[in-house]
Design a protein around this ligand. Structure first.
Ligand SMILES: Nc1nc2c(c(=O)[nH]1)N[C@H]1C(S)=C(S)[C@@H](COP(=O)(O)OP(=O)(O)OC[C@H]3O[C@@H](n4cnc5c(=O)[nH]c(N)nc54)[C@H](O)[C@@H]3O)O[C@H]1N2
Ligand SMILES: Nc1nc2c(c(=O)[nH]1)N[C@H]1C(S)=C(S)[C@@H](COP(=O)(O)OP(=O)(O)OC[C@H]3O[C@@H](n4cnc5c(=O)[nH]c(N)nc54)[C@H](O)[C@@H]3O)O[C@H]1N2
Ligand SMILES: [Mo]
Length: 685
């Protein structure tokens, strides 16, 4: 009888269940226990996708991560990096106990000892130098709701030095704010209404897989998709047309296209006359160039400029999607503002399927007052793009301690040598993270953090309008702690402990108060993705803009770009773009046994006597790095294309080469304003 039942079960494929037999004093029998369990959660990694996930656990062990089919944006899909994240969680290289530097090595210590030492140092620094002698560096590794409380901890402490400006998305956002008052992107699902689409300096095949099915769908309906990128990126294969302007010169391209639309009298007169301001001044800028001059300035053949103009005239509505790579230039605000102006002239603002979209506010849905900025409003702030310089030049007070969470500034901020020097000079450095990356080389104490699979939290993203639950899938591995728990335990060592000491659920409820006030329940938030109320599908549909005049604001001034003086010495622009296989610098040392491979135009390579796979030095005005060369017919001749995020100690730190500058608008980081030369590596023997 029992065997019969077993046979039946196998054939009905009762997945996730295992038979168990039991007997106690009175009876013998069998039943089922559920072996595998699925938990709804959301990917919190630093990526535009913020995918809804289903995590499968067995016996408390994470087995795999799959896309949540109920998520309206990723619809069950995830990328290969997400699937592989399971290995990162269980990697033997992940550090799971607090470490104390002893000489040149590390020794494990207890959390109690680590936190006692940190609290003691903080107190002593505060009484001798003031709280601003402590720098809190919050990186981009995870931007969940609870992460807002990290700053609250330092504000309760009395106000440490924190950061302003950004390594990521500041320039584009600030530039768009000048045009439309407050940057709001079209909901990604609205691009399904587009009759053409332009990927302007964006590489969704690698950075935003949730856009690719949308692109595929509109293409099957006949919508042309255009890539504008000096680099031959992976996204070229999903596009119908590729324009490769000179890097950083897209403002000229947008102006040239605008001039042709005006010459054809195809501008949106109604929008321009009723809903815009400053149009005359913008026309004056356009009048100061001919189309040919503009085409030459951006190095785009005239027929391609005309193609774009025709596209915008014939295939309305056009969605223009800006990437983050596009704005890593000192004067990127001109690029972004000229593209906004072009789209206004073309009549693509406030219409379904149109718009110039880039990103969304990952901290948008929360009560930002909880960061406690009112507790200590005027604390010192350092410019993130110049972090090395800021630390080195700080006086009154000098930097006596740095506390880093979720970031790898030595590897990811520009000019790594300078950042490393600043960290090396700082008497006491604490880093909380997962792995011993380049920044931890300068740390005195390393604190092991949980991954999002070991946490309960909420997360909104910078690529769509949904907030998603972060439900705890597995128990924290080893002694790892979430940042929330870590700061709560540290707070217990200070007089303000009571002010930090609410339960995690209470804090989350407070953080999402603005959502609760708009009718979303906590239960809903933890069950699955929720569309953030009041986020529009089509921004500015009423043609009212949150600018002072309520109108779209045209750019009023433009300065021609000047060429860098050292072009002879450094002939190639270094494009340190997103890497296919990893996020940020989230790698392990054992994954990095090979040098980075850079792409170089094949003819340029031949001119330099190089062959595929050769090792060369890249030399910039601030550093040098050995790389392998891949010759590539299709790349522009003035570029070296290199993946970002490799570790310096693995010989792969591209930011050894990048100059530390700040963009003219938005306090962004112009990583790509770096030129390099290629020098041979003398072969031994
Ligand atoms: N696999 C992976 N995905 C990621 C990340 C990752 O590290 N790995 N990081 C995430 C993060 S933090 C971000 S901010 C996003 C970034 O997402 P994206 O912006 O899509 O990626 P980038 O590689 O920074 O830049 C996109 C493209 O802009 C081009 N570009 C650069 N300068 C110019 C220019 O002057 N004109 C034009 N027309 N194009 C230009 C570059 O050549 C590049 O191909 O990706 C996110 N997704
Ligand atoms: N050359 C060049 N450099 C660039 C760019 C470029 O285009 N070119 N792009 C820039 C961009 S867009 C970005 S966003 C920055 C990213 O730069 P960083 O903010 O420094 O980000 P990551 O390198 O991803 O490092 C994040 C670290 O946080 C850890 N971590 C993840 N979650 C948590 C957590 O919850 N708690 C703690 N304590 N740790 C956690 C991860 O394991 C990882 O070690 O890099 C920038 N650097
Ligand atoms: Mo970023």
């Amino acid at each position: 009888m029992v065997f019969l039942c077993l046979w039946k079960m196998q054939n009905t494929r009762l997945e996730n269940r295992k038979v168990f037999f039991y007997h106690d004093d009175s009876k013998v029998g069998f039943g089922f226990i559920k072996m595998k369990r699925n938990v709804i959660t959301t990917c919190t990694r630093d990526c535009t996708n913020t995918c809804g996930l289903v995590a499968t656990v067995e016996h408390g062990k994470l087995l795999y991560l799959r896309g949540n089919p109920q998520h309206p944006v990723n619809k069950g899909k995830v990328c290969h990096k997400c699937a592989r994240f399971v290995q990162r969680v269980y990697s033997p290289e992940r550090v799971l106990t607090p470490l104390r530097r002893r000489g040149s090595g590390w020794a494990p210590i207890s959390w109690a000892d680590a936190l006692d030492e940190i609290a003691g140092r903080m107190d002593r620094i505060k009484s001798r130098f003031g709280p601003e002698a402590i720098l809190y560096y919050q990186g981009f590794g995870e931007r969940t709701a609870l992460k807002l409380l990290n700053t609250r901890f330092f504000n309760l402490f009395g106000g440490a030095t924190t950061l302003y400006g950004t390594l990521c998305g500041g320039t584009g956002q600030a530039a768009q704010n000048l045009d439309v008052g407050c940057r709001i992107s079209h909901d990604p699902l609205d691009h399904l209404n587009s009759r053409s689409l332009i990927l302007w300096g964006r590489n969704p095949v690698i950075t935003n897989i949730n856009l690719t099915p949308i692109i595929k769908e509109i293409r099957t309906k006949g919508a042309p998709v255009v890539l504008i990128d000096p680099v031959v990126s992976e996204s070229r294969r999903i596009c119908d047309y590729h324009i490769q302007p000179a890097p950083g010169q897209d403002a000229y391209l947008a102006m040239a296209v605008a001039k042709i639309i005006l010459a054809r009298k195809a501008e949106d007169i109604d929008f321009l006359s009723r809903h815009s301001e400053g149009y005359e001044a913008f026309l004056k800028i356009l009048d100061s160039f001919t189309v040919v001059e503009l085409a030459v300035a951006c190095d785009v053949p005239l027929e391609q400029v005309e193609y774009l103009a025709e596209l915008l005239i014939q295939r309305k509505p056009t969605a223009i999607l800006l990437g983050w790579g596009l704005h890593r230039w000192e004067s990127a605000h001109y690029t972004v503002r000229c593209i906004d102006a072009l789209n206004a002239i073309a009549g693509n603002i406030g219409v379904a399927g149109g718009g110039v979209s880039q990103g969304f506010e990952e901290y948008g849905p929360y009560d930002l007052n909880l960061t406690g900025s009112d507790l200590k409003p005027n604390s010192r702030k350092f410019l993130m793009p110049l972090i090395g310089e800021e630390i080195l030049k700080a006086q009154a007070p000098p930097v006596e301690m740095i506390f880093v969470t979720a970031g790898n500034p030595v590897g990811m901020a520009p000019n790594s040598n300078k950042v490393a020097e600043a960290f090396a000079k700082t008497p006491f450095v604490v880093v909380a993270g997962h792995f011993l990356d380049d920044t931890t080389d300068y740390a005195d104490i390393f604190l092991p953090s949980t991954t999002f699979l070991e946490e309960k939290d909420l997360v909104a993203g910078f690529g769509h309008n949904y907030i998603g639950p972060v439900n705890r899938v597995i128990e924290p591995l080893g002694e790892s702690k979430s940042d929330f728990k870590m700061f709560q335990d540290l707070a217990e060592r200070f007089s303000f402990a009571a002010e930090f000491n609410r339960s995690l659920d209470d804090w989350l409820a407070l953080l999402v108060e603005p959502l609760l006030a708009r009718g979303v329940s906590l239960k809903q938030l933890f069950e699955g993705p929720v569309r953030i109320p009041d986020t529009p599908m089509i921004p500015y549909a009423d043609r009212i803009f949150p600018t002072p005049s309520g109108k779209f604001m045209f750019m009023q001034e433009f300065a021609r770009s000047t060429r860098q003086k050292n072009e002879q010495e450094f002939p190639y622009q270094l494009m340190s773009v997103v890497a296919r296989d990893w996020i940020g610098s989230e790698l392990t040392l054992s994954e990095q046994s090979e040098l980075l491979t850079v792409h170089l135009n094949a003819q340029e390579g031949l001119k330099l006597g190089l062959r595929d796979g050769d090792t060369v030095w890249l030399v910039s005005s601030v550093g040098e790095l050995q790389v392998k060369v891949k010759l590539d017919e299709a790349q522009r001749k003035d570029l070296v294309v290199c993946p970002r995020g490799g570790w310096i100690k693995a010989g792969r730190g591209v930011n050894l080469l990048t100059r530390d500058l700040v963009s003219k608008v938005g306090n962004g980081t112009p990583y790509f304003e770096t030129r390099v030369n290629i020098k041979p590596v003398q072969k031994k023997g």
